[in-house]
Design a protein around this ligand. Structure first.
Ligand code: SF4
Ligand code: SF4
Length: 132
């Protein structure tokens, strides 16, 4: 479903339900075996991403993120974890929007384009825009 003349998140929210704020993806080796309850440790060097993952409830030991697998989907090397951001309101709005606490990675995708290492969710307006 596309909304005519919609070019920003606010007008697309009724379709996507802010799914970008309820999941994120990690890259894992294609051959890695995974299972429910498993813990994946990944070194995260980017302070912005550390902030982003912490907002999604991920614990850290220094720069090591502790990703526990509960609700997830695997597609080859892309492992998607369904974990809602703590900053997301019941109305699917970002309570940190335009504050310096909002991770910079959250600014993409937007009208400025798709950032590197950003995975577009299934119903994201911007995915529909870039997929021909
Ligand atoms: S900080 Fe805001 S924009 Fe970023 S994931 Fe959380 S709710 Fe979404
Ligand atoms: S970035 Fe995509 S999924 Fe996230 S709120 Fe905007 S349109 Fe929805």
């Amino acid at each position: 479903m596309m909304i005519k003349n919609c070019n920003n998140c606010l007008c697309h929210l009724k379709v996507c339900q802010a799914e970008c704020c309820k999941e994120f993806s990690l890259i894992i080796p294609k051959t890695q075996r995974i299972y429910k309850g498993m813990i994946i440790r990944q070194v995260i060097n980017d302070p912005d991403l550390i902030n982003y993952y912490k907002l999604h409830g991920i614990k850290f030991e220094g720069k090591i993120g502790i990703f526990k697998l509960f609700d997830y989907k695997r597609d080859g090397e892309i492992l998607t974890l369904y974990m809602r951001c703590n900053a997301l309101t019941e109305q699917n709005l970002c309570s940190l929007h335009n504050t310096n606490q909002q991770p910079k990675v959250c600014h993409y995708p937007n009208k400025k384009g798709i950032g590197a290492n950003v995975y577009l969710t299934q119903n994201c307006l911007f995915k529909k825009k870039v997929v021909k």
